[in-house]
Design a protein around this ligand. Structure first.
Ligand code: IPE
Ligand code: IPE
Ligand code: MG
Length: 246
């Protein structure tokens, strides 16, 4: 069966990341404005967050708005920011009820003041919750994240805080927005597109990728269970041979 209860809770992805794509096309199919798709996308977010907490996922990271999404029509960007504020207000209860801590990655200072303040408030109010960490990628771009990391490391080298020979994966990792997150184990993208769109390039080095041909507002618990089952049936070799693993 494809219910959450039937899922084997051994070998769960510790860090699940999702590219929630296809809201616009979902709405277009129904001859509605893209905004309508985003509103329904929020419902799928709520359901997915609760399901992940129930399943026992420790880290869930959702791609909600990319650095490139700022180039969309102004009205769409405004709607997405408005939806962000109203969802944060509404979901604080749900986060507490499920013992979920909220965090954010991305250039969050670039968000409108209202969204930024609401986000900070929910982050601070949920900081002691410990069952799951929900990270929203907002105004996030992997290349920008790497650019910032290189800049910060460069400044530390210049000020003799780090010597260039000492720069390694750990130091790079410690200068990313995701410094407190483990590597991604499973990355899901909805909508049928097979691309990464500037999401967590460094962090998905050894993630399992799962693409599903449905639009985000249609993503339900059984799709999530299917994706996790599929993940559990894969052999992650990290460069070794199959024999070495056994
Ligand atoms: C994902 O759906 C939501 C965001 C990127 C904010 P889209 O809005 O990209 O929907 P499509 O891909 O155009 O259908
Ligand atoms: C990726 O989706 C960003 C989010 C889901 C927030 P896009 O719809 O922006 O990506 P492209 O343009 O299809 O690559
Ligand atoms: Mg899209």
């Amino acid at each position: 069966m494809n219910t959450i209860e039937d899922l084997d809770d051994r070998n769960l992805p510790r860090h699940l990341a999702i590219i929630m794509d296809g809201n616009g096309r979902w709405a277009k199919q129904r001859h509605k404005l893209r905004v309508f798709g985003h509103e329904h996308g929020v419902k799928a977010v709520r359901e997915t967050v609760e399901n992940c907490a129930k399943i026992g996922i420790e880290y869930l990271t959702l791609y909600a708005f990319s650095t490139e999404n700022w180039n969309r029509p102004r009205i769409e960007v405004e709607t997405l920011m408005r939806l962000l504020v109203s969802s944060l207000k509404k979901e604080l209860e749900t986060l507490h009820k499920n013992d979920i801590r909220l965090d954010a990655i991305g250039n969050i200072e670039s968000l409108p003041k209202k969204a930024y303040n609401e986000l900070q408030e929910v982050i601070s109010k949920t900081k002691n919750n410990s069952k799951m960490t929900l990270t929203l990628a907002l105004s996030y771009g992997s290349r920008e994240e790497l650019e910032n990391a290189v800049k910060q490391i460069g400044i530390k080298v210049k000020n003799n805080i780090i010597s260039p020979e000492k720069i390694d994966e750990t130091i790079i990792n410690d200068h990313l927005y995701t410094r407190n997150l483990p590597d991604v184990d499973l990355l899901i993208r909805t909508s049928g597109e097979h691309r990464i769109s500037n999401f967590l390039l460094w962090q998905i080095a050894y993630a399992e990728l799962y693409f599903i041909d449905i639009f985000w507002p249609d993503f339900r618990g059984h799709h999530l269970v299917e994706a996790i089952r599929n993940y559990q049936n894969r052999e992650r070799r990290f460069g070794k041979t199959s024999e070495q693993l056994n």
